[in-house]
Design a protein around this ligand. Structure first.
Ligand SMILES: Cc1cc2nc3c(=O)[nH]c(=O)nc-3n(C[C@H](O)[C@H](O)[C@H](O)COP(=O)(O)OP(=O)(O)OC[C@H]3O[C@@H](n4cnc5c(N)ncnc54)[C@H](O)[C@@H]3O)c2cc1C
Length: 448
């Protein structure tokens, strides 16, 4: 059994997105004095909530779907004590609508890893045969160069109604370009594990309330020092070590016992770290948040095929639309997007098409790196040539596309590297450390 521990050298974590938060709480739980630096005035990075004064309510920057198969994310949620900030997990059942013919079906895997449910025609996507599903086994043999569309048969109905929407959502990349290997990993960790891994996990209030605020609380309770408005401008190196951090002229010395985790987005890491190759092609995501009181029985999440909108999330007082890999629409004016996306929502949820409700359009132009094989080849590992500098972020080589799960796994992996190189001294809470140890183990198992 691992005993509780206290460490002397500081862990400097730069970037308070989910990767940086995961690294910070993991280290704080193990007794490390953590200093977390964030350039903006709030934590959460690309996964956060805020009050929108025009809509008069809090919204998320973008809808985020977490599934019960995202083990590292849920271990993080448990570590920071935030499980009760989620809605009770729904059934593993996601309704879909094809706007071309108004066909409706529900993707509903059964319990267990062997998908016996595929033998029941009424559980399959309408028009799809068992052998169409079996073709997806090719995903498991995907080479690094295979694209989703190249590997699966882009002409069959299952592709249109399942694989393509899943690939676009999970990879934030058109299926014609998306790396099949990354999709295979997602399928293996969710659909491939049956119903238990496919329950949608949706925050009750918002992303910040579930992923960010409890982590900041946890850090403060464990002695963490959180510095907002601290933008890292440059790094100094000597020999094989990072020696100081420059925050707009405020220089922080990195003492011999200290370690640094750089958890900033890929483009910033690429600028700060000499010689670091990072993904350099990004894909946009557009979200439309409509102020609308949906009927109480509206599904919490609906997939849309054949529309401009791709997913509708039903939240209290809000109907919220996501369009991933949104290159084709991201430059359209907000008012046009508001009017163009609402008819899809109205049709799917049987609502009046007019008037179009008040809406906030959120465009994240560089939402994630594009999950192509060329970009995959540019992802760095956590370790660097400097002994005391480690990388974290959804862009690092996690084996997953840029997701909450990948970001959190990368943070835990970086924390593990720090921990491996250090000698623990004394005590924090045994329960916390035990949870943290389980988290380390789960993440490293999935990364290996
Ligand atoms: C609209 C949208 C929808 C998404 N939907 C999903 C989804 O449904 N499911 C899913 O799993 N994932 C989804 N994602 C992806 C997920 O949000 C990201 O993969 C994850 O949040 C990335 O976390 P990160 O910590 O790696 O990076 P970031 O969140 O980018 O965090 C980096 C942090 O570093 C800070 N920073 C930058 N420069 C500096 C500097 N010089 N000094 C100090 N701090 C700095 C930034 O302010 C930021 O807080 C979505 C992303 C977006 C944008």
């Amino acid at each position: 059994m691992i005993t509780a521990e206290r460490n002397t050298g500081r862990a400097h974590v730069i970037g308070a997105g989910l990767a940086g938060l995961a690294a910070s709480v993991e280290l704080a739980a193990r007794g490390y004095p953590v200093v977390l630096y964030e350039s903006s005035q709030q934590a959460g990075g690309r996964c956060r909530s805020y009050f929108d004064s025009e809509l008069g309510c809090r919204i998320d920057n973008g809808n985020h779907l977490l599934l019960s198969g995202n083990v590292s994310a849920l271990a993080y949620v448990d570590l920071i004590g935030a499980r009760d900030t989620f809605q009770p997990p729904g059934a593993a059942a996601i309704p879909f609508v094809d706007l071309a013919d108004n066909a409706r079906w529900t993707v509903r895997p059964a319990a267990g890893r062997i998908p016996w449910w595929l033998f029941a025609a009424d559980r399959r996507v309408p028009g799809a045969r068992l052998r169409d599903y079996l073709r997806a086994l090719k995903l498991w043999r995907a080479t690094p160069e295979d694209t989703v569309a190249g590997l699966l048969d882009a002409r069959d109905v299952l592709y249109r109604r399942l694989w393509e929407p899943l690939a676009v959502a999970a990879l934030n990349t058109a299926a014609a370009d998306g790396a099949a290997r990354l999709l295979a990993r997602i399928v293996a960790e969710t659909l491939g594990r049956g119903a238990a891994a496919c329950r949608p996990m949706l925050p009750r209030d918002g992303l910040s309330e579930s992923f960010v605020d409890p982590a900041l609380r946890f850090l403060r309770q464990h002695g963490g020092d959180i510095r907002f408005g601290a933008r890292l401008r440059s790094l100094d190196f000597a020999d094989r070590r990072l020696t100081s951090l420059d925050f707009d002229g405020d220089r922080v010395t990195v003492h011999p016992d200290d370690t640094v985790i750089l958890a900033v987005p890929a483009s910033i890491a690429g600028r700060l770290v000499p010689g670091l190759m990072v993904p350099d092609d990004y894909a946009p995501i557009v979200n439309a948040h409509y102020r609308y009181d949906l009927p109480a029985d509206a599904p919490r999440l609906t997939g849309i095929v054949g529309g401009t909108a791709e997913w509708v999330f039903a939240k209290p007082g809000i109907a919220s639309v996501t369009v991933s890999a949104a290159d084709a629409i991201v430059d359209q004016p907000a008012a046009e997007l508001r009017d163009a996306l609402w008819p899809d929502v109205a049709m799917v949820l049987s609502l009046p098409p007019l008037p179009v409700p008040l809406a906030r359009i959120v465009k994240e132009r560089r939402a994630t790196f594009r999950a192509t094989s060329a970009q995959e080849a540019r992802r760095p590992v956590a370790a660097t040539q400097w002994n005391n500098l480690h990388l974290a972020g959804d862009y690092t080589a996690t084996g997953l596309p840029a997701t909450i799960e990948g970001a959190i796994r990368s943070g835990v992996a970086a924390a593990f590297h720090v921990h491996q190189g250090r000698t623990p001294q004394a005590a924090s809470s045994t329960a916390t450390v035990t949870r943290s140890t389980a988290h380390f183990r789960d993440c490293l198992r999935t990364l290996s």
